[in-house]
Ligand binder design. Structure first.
Ligand SMILES: [Zn+2]
Length: 388
C-alpha cells in the first residue's frame, strides 16, 4: 500500500499508474470479470474505474458494470463510439440544436495536472426550450455521442500516459435562476446526470463550480442525493476566491475571460448562440418608455427575453402583432422588481410578425433607469408526430 497521504490528488486517485493498479487490484479485477454476465470487458482501466467508483466493493462494481453493458447494448454505444470518437462537437447529432440552448463544450485545453478540461455554462441554458426542440431520445443520442467522445479521449490518454486519466470541468452557474427549477428541465438534467454517473464512472477528476447563486442551494438539494460519495468528493463549490483557485489549477491560457483567464477562442470558448450572451445596455429617461421590436420571420419561432435594471423597478409589457393583423397580448407585468432579480420570459409566435417589448419608466418622475436586456430567437424544428 504505497501511497503518499500528503498528496490530496492521491486520495482522488488522480493519475494512478495503470501497471501498479493492475498489480495491486489483480484479485478484485479478476473477481469482477468472473461476475460479468453480459460478456467480457477488455479494458482493465474501465473495470478499475468501476471498482474505484464503487468504493472497491467487488459485487457492487460487477453489478454496475453488468448494468452498463446492458445499457450499452440497448443504446448502441459501441456504434456511437465509433462515430463520435474522432469528430468535433458540432458534428455530434443534434449539436446545432443542443448548443443553441445549452452552452458547453467537450474539450478546452487541460488543467495543470494534464486532465482534459471542459466548460459548461448552465445558467445560460434554457431547459424549457431544450425539451421543445429535442425529444428525450434525441437528447440522449447527443449526450451519448458527447460521453463516448470523452470516454474515447480519456481511454487514449490513459493508454498514452499509462495512467488512469480523468477529466476536469468548470461549471459556471452565472445567471442560474428559477427557470432551471422547472420540473421537466430538472427531470431531463437528472436523467443526463445519472447516465453519466452510472455508465461512465470515475471519468470525472475535478469539478469546479463557480458563481453559485443563492438559488443553487435548493437545486443542490435535488442533485446531491443522486450523486455517489466518490463523485461528491470531486466537486468543489468555489466561493469568492474562485478566480485564484482556478488559476492555481488551470493555466490562464485555458481559462476563458469569464473564468478569470486570457483565452480568446476565435469562435468563443464555448459555442454559444450567435448573438452571444452579452446584454445590451440602455438608458430610459424619467417619464419615458423604450420599445424594442423583434421581427419574427415564421411560425414556430420562440422568442425569449431577459432583463434587469440597475436600480428600481420598471413597467414591462409585451405584445405580438402578427402579419395578418392579429394583436396578441404576451406579457403584462405592470411594475416588476427587475433590480432585485432577472426577469425572463418566452413566447412562441404562431405566425410571422413583430414582438414588441416595452419598458415603461413613465411612472418615474425624476429617476432614469439603466436597463440590461437581451432578446433571442430559436426556431423550433418541424412538428413531429407525437408518440405519447
Ligand atoms: Zn478558449
Amino acid at each position: 500500500m504505497a501511497s503518499t497521504p500528503a498528496d490530496p490528488d492521491n486520495k482522488l486517485g488522480m493519475f494512478e499508474n495503470v501497471k501498479e493498479v493492475k498489480e495491486k487490484y489483480a484479485q478484485q479485477l479478476s473477481e469482477i470479470r468472473s461476475l460479468l454476465t453480459e460478456g467480457e470487458e477488455a479494458d482493465d482501466v474501465v473495470v478499475y474505474r468501476y471498482l474505484r467508483g464503487y468504493k472497491f466493493n467487488v459485487a457492487n462494481a460487477a453489478t454496475a458494470l453488468n448494468k452498463t453493458k446492458k445499457f450499452r447494448r440497448e443504446n448502441g454505444c459501441d456504434e456511437i463510439r465509433k462515430k463520435a470518437a474522432n469528430i468535433e462537437q458540432m458534428q455530434f447529432p443534434f449539436a446545432d440544436r443542443v448548443l443553441q440552448v445549452h452552452p458547453h463544450n467537450v474539450l478546452h485545453g487541460y488543467d495543470k495536472k494534464g486532465q482534459p478540461l471542459s466548460l459548461e455554462r448552465i445558467g445560460h441554458a434554457k431547459p424549457s426550450l431544450l425539451k421543445k426542440i429535442l425529444t428525450h431520445e434525441q437528447l440522449m443520442e447527443y449526450h451519448l455521442s458527447h460521453m463516448e467522445n470523452k470516454a474515447a479521449l480519456v481511454a487514449r490518454l490513459s493508454e498514452e500516459t499509462n495512467t488512469v486519466v480523468r477529466t476536469a470541468k468548470i461549471l459556471d452557474l452565472d445567471g442560474l435562476s428559477m427557470k432551471l427549477m422547472d420540473p421537466a428541465g430538472i427531470q431531463l438534467l437528472l436523467r443526463v446526470l445519472s447516465t453519466s454517473q452510472d455508465h461512465y464512472p470515475e471519468m470525472l477528476g475535478r469539478l469546479y463550480i463557480i458563481n453559485a447563486p443563492f438559488v443553487f442551494q435548493a437545486f443542490w438539494k435535488v442533485i446531491k442525493p443522486i450523486l455517489q460519495p466518490a463523485t461528491l468528493e470531486k466537486i468543489n463549490i468555489l466561493g469568492s476566491d474562485w478566480k485564484e483557485v482556478l488559476r492555481a489549477n488551470i493555466d490562464e491560457k485555458y481559462l476563458p475571460e469569464w473564468a478569470g483567464g486570457t483565452c480568446k477562442c476565435p469562435e468563443g470558448c464555448i459555442v454559444e448562440r450567435q448573438e452571444g450572451y452579452g446584454l445590451t445596455e440602455a438608458k430610459i429617461d424619467a417619464r419615458d418608455k423604450l420599445a424594442i421590436e423583434q421581427p419574427v420571420e415564421a411560425a414556430r419561432t420562440v422568442v425569449s427575453w431577459e432583463f434587469r435594471t440597475e436600480s428600481n423597478d420598471i413597467g414591462f409589457v409585451a405584445t405580438f402583432q402578427s402579419q395578418n393583423g392579429e394583436a396578441i397580448p404576451v406579457a403584462e407585468h405592470g411594475l416588476v422588481s427587475s433590480h432585485a432579480k432577472i426577469i425572463t420570459g418566452e413566447f412562441e409566435a404562431p405566425a410571422a410578425g413583430v414582438l414588441k417589448l416595452t419598458f415603461d419608466n413613465s411612472h418615474s418622475r425624476w429617476t432614469s433607469k439603466k436597463l440590461f436586456y437581451k432578446v433571442e430567437q430559436v426556431v423550433l424544428p418541424p412538428e413531429e408526430t407525437s408518440q405519447s
